[in-house]
Design a protein around this ligand. Structure first.
Ligand SMILES: [Zn+2]
Length: 52
């Protein structure tokens, strides 16, 4: 997923997200973790959810 929600319920793009901050799925409010590995495209774990 490329969009997640922070503790202030702001939607954040993975590309501009901060690794230090906890993010949640906007759909099911499950905690998601920022993943910025070898690829240049940052995403949120675990997997695409709600079409995000
Ligand atoms: Zn979800």
């Amino acid at each position: 997923m490329l969009i997640a929600m922070d503790a202030q319920h702001q939607l954040v793009n993975a590309a501009t997200a901060d690794r230090q901050i906890e993010y949640y799925c906007p759909g099911c409010v499950q905690p998601v973790r920022l993943k910025r590995g070898g690829s240049d495209r940052a995403t949120f774990c675990p997997r695409p959810c709600h079409g995000l």
